[in-house]
Design a protein around this ligand. Structure first.
Ligand code: NAP
Length: 324
């Protein structure tokens, strides 16, 4: 059994990791570290796990664990790893954006591999350290990577993506307060969202010209999921571009190209990304949908763990959407 540790286990992505790992046949949870709840039962933070586990949060870390997941806010992963020196045998999967960009990928000799299995599977298999992609970044990259590879992203790309409130973490804030968020919609960080950096680096990896990415993130009044739309100038045939996407993702177990129009609920509670293509005049519209906490975070983290340990990629991740 692979022994796993979770740091930041009382948060949203930590809770999802506990849920997945409790049902993963090849792993066992060694510890769930918390700065605020040491000694208290996991179910004090995650009452949905009642009956599934009796373990308690710890205030100490097993530095020899086989794999550790860091579910911490940006900047805190770097700090935590500097203060806690894990064994060189411990694999580390970080969910923050501390190590995602090329310029940030090395910490004290540890080289973090960008954990998007759709493009980086072979590197992930031999990696010891993973920078798990961001949630918006996952939805947007999976929508655009086939076009970038084919050199079809030369013109500017307009991207909209609406996210559920869990994307902002467990701590209440002005824009996650129920009275504000419910029955409400608003955009934020127009054209400057931090995930543009990692998206840009991935798209640039094919060495084809990539037009400007104009990204407008939107807060939705639902808890989970991201629905992203992107459109750009496209003069080719729809059939051809659908075939291009299906070929690009032919070995991707968690990314599906849908013939029918897609909606958010068909992926919520799963590790799937569903993609749909539509053409209008000379514009191509690409829609992608993911669960921000699964394919956008903890599900993809477990997918990466499975690859790193030579396990079946789907282990623990055969989740069905609650589509109604
Ligand atoms: N939410 C998403 O949809 C999503 C998607 C992709 C990536 N991410 C990224 O994943 C990371 C975790 O996100 P989240 O939504 O799970 O956040 P969260 O709900 O805010 O949970 C983070 C947890 O980290 C712990 N913590 C806070 N400060 C700490 C410190 N200085 N040292 C150690 N632990 C500390 C806290 O737990 P204790 O009080 O128990 O210590 C807190 O509950 C973030 O970097 C986020 O950007 C999130």
């Amino acid at each position: 059994m692979i022994k796993a540790g979770i740091i930041g286990g009382s948060g949203y992505t930590g809770g999802e990791l506990i849920r997945i790992l409790l049902n993963h046949l090849e792993t066992e949870i060694d510890f769930v570290y918390s700065t605020t709840r040491a000694g208290k039962k996991i179910t004090t933070a995650h009452p949905d796990l009642l009956g599934l586990t009796t373990i308690a949060f710890t205030g100490t870390v097993n530095l020899k664990v086989d794999v550790v997941f860091l579910c911490l806010g940006h900047g805190n992963s770097t700090k935590f790893l500097k203060e806690n020196k894990f064994s060189s045998d411990t694999k580390i999967i970080d969910l923050s954006n501390d190590f995602r960009l090329h310029a940030d990928a090395i910490l004290e000799g540890k080289e973090f591999v960008y954990g998007l299995p759709e493009t980086n599977k072979e590197k992930i298999k031999s990696a010891n350290y993973i920078a798990n992609p961001g949630c918006f970044a996952t939805a947007i990259q999976l929508a655009l990577l086939p076009l970038a590879k084919a050199g079809l992203l030369k013109k500017e790309i307009h991207i909209n993506a609406v996210t559920g409130s869990t994307g902002a973490g467990v701590s209440p804030s002005d824009t996650t307060h129920f009275s504000w968020r419910n029955n409400n919609v608003s955009w934020y960080k127009p054209f400057t969202h931090q995930h543009l950096g990692e998206v840009g680096e991935s798209l640039a990896s094919f060495n084809t010209p990539v037009g400007e990415l104009l990204f407008l993130p939107t807060r939705g009044n639902f808890p989970r999921g991201i629905l992203a739309t992107a459109y750009t100038v496209f003069d080719g045939e729809l059939d051809e571009v659908i075939a291009l996407y299906k070929d690009f993702y032919k070995n991707a177990l968690f990314t599906q190209v849908a013939d029918e129009e897609i909606h958010l609920k068909q992926v919520v509670n799963t590790n799937q990304c569903h993609i749909h293509l539509h053409k209008h005049n000379n514009r191509l519209l690409i829609t992608s949908a993911i669960d921000n906490l699964l394919k956008g975070a903890s599900g993809q983290a477990v997918q990466n763990m499975n690859l790193m340990f030579g396990l079946e990629e789907r282990s623990g991740l055969n989740l069905k959407a609650a589509a109604f």
